[in-house]
Ligand binder design. Structure first.
Ligand code: G3H
Ligand code: 13P
Ligand code: ZN
Length: 304
């Protein structure tokens, strides 16, 4: 059984902490993040992007996370990340995801409201919750990309939530997807965040929030990765964002970096070993470690 994303997030909203949202693409990533949640007794939101679904298949990912949720003794919700394709969003709702995101940030405001509202009705009829997005988060990934950051307008956020009935809202306060988040100083617009929280009074979501830990980057570079210029969101900024009303924090890049560093290290150190279990086992372990660091930072330890 999956947990309700809405329940998990409204509990965090009341308790002033954030629940980790981890993007998954394969079994090792699922097992790594779930083990972290179990070890620290933290609720988890496990998320599949449209790119992940394209790679592994919707039913396959659904069953994989479902098995993990049934084996774990912590609440685990399954979420669709950055849903843009209406057919995929409807399939996830029908299949029994805990929540879906409609990413209409690229659309004119009225159009974003219209579609989010329609999908919110559809999701709510099935007892599923929905995440909307307003403003644009920067960065480039597989199927998720935006060239420019447009900060969310607090007054528009209030109007958006009232009109659409979305359960939680992704906002743009200066973060971006991927490993290249800031060129100069890493500063988020906490003033905007505080105003949005005050006017909407719902759980708010921070995308593009990976920390891009130096230790992991250095490890990957030591074994051949080229990562010049990578820069993540500093931990102090994350803590302040939680204090100011963020209750769901999305992490994908840090998991990718940890996986990459571990695989590179193994292949370099053991050139004669070609057993996939020996190659991917250490990657799963590094995923667990980085997920545990995120859970501790977000304050969701023992909140199961
Ligand atoms: O926010 C985007 C996620 O990190 C997913 O990226 O489309 O490459 O799977 P992806
Ligand atoms: P990162 O690229 O910072 O990990 O952000 C992931 C994300 O926002 C997924 O929706
Ligand atoms: Zn995102």
């Amino acid at each position: 059984m999956f947990a309700s994303t809405k329940k998990i997030l409204y509990k965090a909203h009341r308790g002033n902490y954030a629940v980790p949202h981890f993007n998954v693409n394969n079994m090792e990533i699922v097992q790594g993040v779930v083990q972290a949640g179990v070890n620290l007794k933290s609720p988890l939101i496990i998320s599949t992007s449209e790119g992940a679904i394209k790679y592994a298949g919707l039913n396959f990912l659904y069953e994989l996370v479902h098995t993990a949720a049934n084996l774990a003794n912590v609440p685990i919700a399954l979420h669709l990340d950055h849903g843009k394709d209406l057919a995929t969003i409807k399939r996830c709702i029908k299949l029994g995801y805990s929540s879906v995101m409609f990413d209409g940030s690229h659309l004119p405001y009225k159009e974003n409201v219209r579609i989010t509202k329609r999908l919110a009705n559809l999701a709510h009829n099935k007892g599923i919750s929905i995440e909307g997005e307003l403003g644009t988060i920067g960065g480039n990934e597989d199927l998720v990309s935006t060239k420019k950051i447009i900060y969310t307008k607090p007054e528009q956020a209030k109007d958006f939530v009232e009109r659409t009935g979305c359960d939680f809202l992704a906002i743009a306060i200066g973060t971006s997807h991927g490993a290249f988040k800031f060129k100069g100083k890493a500063v988020l617009r906490h003033d905007i965040l505080k105003q949005i929280k005050k006017t909407t009074k719902i759980p708010l979501v921070l995308h593009g929030a990976s920390g891009v830990p130096k230790k992991i980057v250095q490890q990957a570079e030591k074994y051949g990765a080229k990562l010049t210029g990578v820069y993540g969101v500093p931990n102090a900024q994350i803590k302040l964002a939680i204090k100011n009303g963020i209750n769901k924090i999305n992490t994908d890049t840090d998991l990718r970096l940890a996986f990459d560093a571990a695989v590179r290290k193994f292949l370099k150190q053991q050139p004669k070993d070609f057993d996939p279990r020996h190659i991917l086992g250490p990657a799963r372990e590094e995923i667990r470690k980085v997920a545990e660091e995120r859970i501790k930072l977000f304050g969701s330890v023992n909140k199961k």
